[in-house]
Design a protein around this ligand. Structure first.
Ligand SMILES: [Zn+2]
Ligand SMILES: [Zn+2]
Length: 324
């Protein structure tokens, strides 16, 4: 009897553990998208007159900056990209990711930054501090607490003595992705986004392109010259990596829904005069087809790991920074 019940609970865990992991990853990607996609585009006014309201809601749900603070910081990110003034770069430096270290130090540093409780707590406490202060910002604090805890409080009340059930579900599907998942996603996302700490003497598109490439979450297609079993094997491997690495890990967990495939075009044309962000997946290739400037300057990396590896190589080549 005991064995039968142990077997059945093992079977349940074997089915549910991957689903729980998937839930955490998808939710973490969604929370990050509140920051990297919704709040970002709201700060550029891309939702028209609704931009401030959408930005405020996205900031509260994603437990990130307020619309006004993000907008202020993001304007600096655009105008002073990868300089000492860039707030995004300063956030990475605060986590210990600085230029001029030995190349072999970066992977170790990355592991520590991703998983060390002190690093995770630093990110989480910073985000809580931004959102919760009844004295400084009572309205925002109330809205934040209602958005974060309202639904689970209502469910606990509804379940009565079995209040622990919605509490456990909320912890896995909301709290874990919002804290640890958000932190992991933020670090991996930011590391490959720009060529951090890099100076450029050039201005305009050329200067931006030196510091920003597109990140494609896929591998180049297998060679057309392959035939028979070799072609079949290459395509199976390509699809396997696309679904279980690029889509699941890189796209869902690390980035969520964002503009990584065209971040270079966004920096070259942040106001969207010629670059249509709503159609971003096609707009960049149109730009490449029609603009000699884009053809000359734009570059890209395939896969999340290639973007991060490239950045580590460049960081190790830079002189050690003082006071960043
Ligand atoms: Zn950027
Ligand atoms: Zn922007």
């Amino acid at each position: 009897m005991l064995n039968a019940s142990t077997d059945s609970s093992l079977t349940v865990w074997a089915w549910t553990a991957p689903l729980i992991l998937l839930t955490v990853m998808v939710s973490a990607g969604a929370f990050r998208a509140m920051h990297t996609f919704v709040l970002h585009h709201a700060s550029h006014g891309d939702f028209g007159r609704h931009s401030p309201l959408i930005g405020v809601l996205a900031g509260a749900i994603g437990m990130t900056q307020s619309y006004d603070d993000y907008r202020r910081d993001h304007l600096v990110h655009h105008s002073a990209l990868t300089s000492r003034l860039d707030p995004d770069q300063a956030a990475l430096a605060a986590l210990g990711l600085r230029p001029g270290l030995p190349r072999c130090a970066y992977p170790r540093l990355l592991c520590r930054t991703l998983l060390a409780p002190a690093c995770v707590l630093r990110t989480v406490s910073g985000r809580v501090g931004i959102n919760v202060s009844l004295r400084r910002q009572p309205l925002r604090t109330t809205a934040f607490l209602v958005a974060q805890f309202g639904p689970v409080a209502a469910m606990c009340w509804w379940y009565g003595t079995e209040y622990w059930k919605p509490l456990v579900a909320w912890s896995v599907a909301w709290l874990l992705p919002l804290t640890l998942g958000w932190h992991v996603s933020m670090v991996l996302y930011a590391l490959g986004l720009h060529s951090w700490f890099r100076d450029s003497s050039r201005s305009g598109w050329e200067g931006f392109a030196e510091k920003t490439g597109a990140r494609f979450f896929a591998d180049p297609c297998p060679a057309r010259s392959l035939r028979g079993p070799r072609a079949l094997r290459a395509w199976c491997f390509w699809w396997f990596r696309l679904l279980f690495w690029h889509l699941l890990v890189a796209r869902v967990l690390v980035v969520g829904f964002t503009d990584n495939g065209c971040h270079d075009a966004h920096h070259a044309d942040p106001k969207g005069r010629t670059f249509n962000w709503c159609d971003a997946a096609y707009a960049r290739s149109e730009m490449m087809a029609n603009s000699p400037r884009a053809q000359e300057n734009f570059w890209h990396t395939w896969s999340l790991s290639e973007a991060i590896t490239r950045n580590f190589d460049q960081l190790a080549d830079l002189p050690r920074a003082t006071g960043t």
